[in-house]
Write a protein that binds this ligand. Structure first.
Ligand SMILES: Cc1cc2nc3c(=O)[nH]c(=O)nc-3n(C[C@H](O)[C@H](O)[C@H](O)COP(=O)(O)O)c2cc1C
Length: 364
């Protein structure tokens, strides 16, 4: 297929940003930050290697110390972290890609051992996720989190605002809110984790409130057209689930529609670890949102081309394939073979399984 006919390599405008192709790198936690939650130089190499994607969305970055779920994930709440991020942003910009920071609060997906002063993690409701979490002293059962008091919620929103301000200082092109995969914003959205009886729980409208307040705060820093949102309606991991994902997320997409956001980024797979969801068609969500849509989850080059050609997606993001193929766009363009990712080094291994995957042409 000649390049000019390959829809994956056509430019597209996303808000104020012009992207050179339709390929994004999906956000992926890799646990390579320092023990003080500071992004390291090695991550500048990692992201720069993958900067032939038009857009990189970074791994989730906690907006406060209490927002941390795990050891060695990068924060974005102090100046040393901002300096670390700035090196990453500069390295990516030098190679011509755009880079957004994913803002994160893990909520109940944490442990007293991962919290400052050994306090309990916070959540919408005191509901313990099943399973175990990694801590500095090995795998431990999740604790029952502490439910946030109504008056505390505005403070968490302020943490997101602060994170957004720090991201601006670091030179990013925008931010994405992590409202997927069972972390705090997702915990508020889905009724399997949110059983509050105040204005943040119960009805779909109430469960959206935390996310909407956060979007508003972050958009005051960046402008809505530089803010995206990642959701995962059928990803039931980390104990999260919803009794009616189609209703919950179609309503959310409709609510986000007039807000003028950069995009809605949807992890479309059905991953039933903690709870089974019926299959769901994502076309209604795409339709309800109406704006710039990033499709994600299990796409390959041909499915991505088809999704763009039929108008389902404006951009497609790739996760695991980008771990093991730093030059994924070139491979897709050529139809070259893809290397398989080593799952054992997703969350450990320093440069192994991180910056040592080869390029087709021997580049770096
Ligand atoms: C190692 C790993 C870490 C991930 N970390 C994050 C994360 O920090 N934030 C997020 O929104 N999604 C995260 N995800 C989900 C990916 O962004 C993406 O939704 C998922 O991998 C599906 O896309 P794929 O099928 O192309 O891999 C992670 C996925 C993997 C494999």
């Amino acid at each position: 297929m000649a390049d000019e006919q390959d829809i994956l390599f056509t430019p597209v405008r996303m808000g104020r940003i012009v992207l050179q192709n339709r390929i994004a790198m999906a956000p992926m936690t890799r646990h390579r930050a320092g023990v003080d939650f500071v992004p390291q130089e090695i991550s500048a190499t990692y992201y720069a290697q993958r900067a032939s994607a038009a857009l990189i969305i970074t791994e989730a970055s906690q907006v406060s110390r209490t927002g941390a779920g795990y050891p060695r994930t990068p924060g974005v709440y102090n100046d040393v972290q901002v300096e670390g991020w700035r090196r990453i942003v500069d390295a990516v910009h030098q190679r011509g890609a755009r880079i957004l920071l994913q803002l994160w609060h893990a909520g109940r997906i944490s442990h007293a051992a991962n919290q400052p002063d050994g306090v309990l993690p916070v959540a919408p409701s005191a509901l313990r996720p099943e399973g175990e979490i990694i801590t500095a002293s090995g795998m431990r059962a999740y604790p029952t989190p502490r439910a946030l008091e109504t008056h505390e919620i505005a403070g968490v929103v302020e943490e997101f605002r602060h994170g957004a301000q720090m991201a601006l200082k670091a030179g990013f092109d925008g931010v994405e809110l992590h409202a997927a995969n069972g972390y705090l914003l997702d915990q508020f959205l889905r009724d399997g984790a949110n059983q509050r009886t105040d204005e943040y729980g119960g009805s779909i409208e109430n469960r959206q409130r935390m996310l909407l307040m956060t979007i508003e705060a972050v958009a005051q820093v960046w402008g809505a057209e530089r803010v995206g949102v990642h959701i995962s309606p059928l990803v039931n991991v980390h104990g999260i689930w919803d009794s009616n994902p189609a209703a919950t997320f179609s309503a959310l997409a409709e609510r986000l529609r007039p807000m003028g956001l950069a995009y809605l980024h949807v992890f479309e797979r059905n991953i039933s670890v903690s709870h089974k969801s019926e299959p769901m068609d994502f076309a209604p969500i795409r339709k309800a949102y109406g704006g710039f849509y990033i499709a994600n989850g299990g796409y390959d080059a041909d499915r991505a081309r088809a999704a763009i050609a039929c108008g389902h997606a404006d951009l497609v993001s790739f996760g695991t394939m980008f771990i093991s193929n730093p030059d994924l766009p070139a491979r897709m363009r050529l139809g070259a073979p893809l290397a398989a990712a080593d799952t054992a080094t997703y969350y450990q291994g320093e440069e192994r399984g991180y910056t040592d995957y080869p390029f087709l042409d021997g580049g770096k």
